[in-house]
Design a protein around this ligand. Structure first.
Ligand code: AMP
Ligand code: MN
Ligand code: MN
Ligand code: MN
Length: 285
């Protein structure tokens, strides 16, 4: 089956193997209920949900694309690079992701220390309980701050403590976009610049980022994203044509607690874009 023939697809989603709320199997079931035929699981810095997702995809007769979302850095700014169609058994790739999880663990401990200094001790330990590999991402900290009655919701936890430059924010030395693109290419995958409209860059700086990403071996950018306005979608479509990049579409779904993001719900890809599905194959079990 060619993925280009599928009408309803979503190339950016998360499961409980990173900061999503549904297990990989539950995510596949929810995707089918939402009417999708193709889904990429793109957990942050992890491919550990793919086997379970692949088994469920097979039993539901859905197409799963093996994905990942790598935390990266470009000129002092955190940038996310999605890898689609990666060979998740590639040992060098797995070693690179292990190094990411080591960075995450170190950062999580530092976040815990910052929160303790602010008077909230034991948050790291509680956040770790519900986190994959016991390494909490910021949303696990946010949920724990809510559960402990310190914040009214996760949004407030980010706003008061966890977002960039807030008191419990810890800067992390993520790999450059060149490095993460290389990791993905060496694992047989397609590097995709994630949600370019979310970095709060000026148009000129956004163009420089996209140019740098194309130069680094990037092959596609996410044009259609649930949170991109119609104007941003058009602007990114223009950039995809200008820099000869394929276009991806994804919801960045994390689970039912954020009802404003739904599986498969994003603006349509403008017709001048070349869909990234042309470069992808579904994962077999
Ligand atoms: P981390 O990968 O640990 O740095 O956590 C980043 C994740 O936190 C993102 O992938 C989002 O899922 C979530 N996130 C980031 N900023 C916010 C925010 N302001 N409010 C709620 N969730 C956020
Ligand atoms: Mn996330
Ligand atoms: Mn992201
Ligand atoms: Mn994401």
């Amino acid at each position: 089956m060619s993925l280009t023939q599928l009408d309803q697809v979503d190339w950016h989603t998360h499961s409980t193997q990173s900061d999503g709320e549904l297990s990989p199997s539950q995510l596949m079931q929810a995707a089918q209920q939402a009417g999708l035929q193709g889904l990429a699981l793109t957990d942050h810095d992890s491919v550990s949900g793919l086997q379970e997702a692949a088994e469920m995809a097979e039993s539901l007769n859905m197409a799963l694309v093996a994905g990942v979302e790598i935390s990266s850095c470009w000129i002092n700014q955190d940038i996310h690079i999605v890898g689609l169609g990666v060979n998740h058994s590639d040992t060098a790739f797995q070693a690179n992701l292990a190094s990411q999880m080591a960075r995450r663990e170190e950062r999580a401990k530092a976040i815990g220390q910052r929160l303790a200094k602010l008077g909230y001790s034991g948050i790291y330990e509680k956040a770790a309980e519900s986190a994959p590999q016991r390494i909490p991402a910021r949303p696990h900290f946010a949920q724990t701050l809510v559960d402990e009655g310190i914040c009214k919701d996760k949004k407030q936890a980010f706003h008061k403590y966890l977002a960039v430059s807030k008191p419990a924010y810890v800067k992390t030395d993520w790999p450059s976009i060149e490095e993460s693109a290389e990791w993905i290419v060496k694992a047989g995958g397609v590097p995709v610049l994630a949600h370019p409209g979310r970095y709060k860059l000026t148009r000129a700086k956004l163009e420089r980022l996209i140019a740098a990403f194309a130069e680094a071996g990037g092959r596609a950018i996410e044009v259609s994203v649930a949170t991109h306005s119609p104007e941003v979608v058009q602007q990114l479509a223009d950039f995809s044509v200008k820099f000869n990049l394929y276009a991806s579409q994804g919801s960045d779904y994390h689970g039912p607690s954020m009802p404003w993001v739904q599986l498969g719900r994003m603006p349509p890809l403008p017709s001048r874009c070349r869909p990234v599905a042309e470069l992808l194959e579904p994962l077999g079990v």
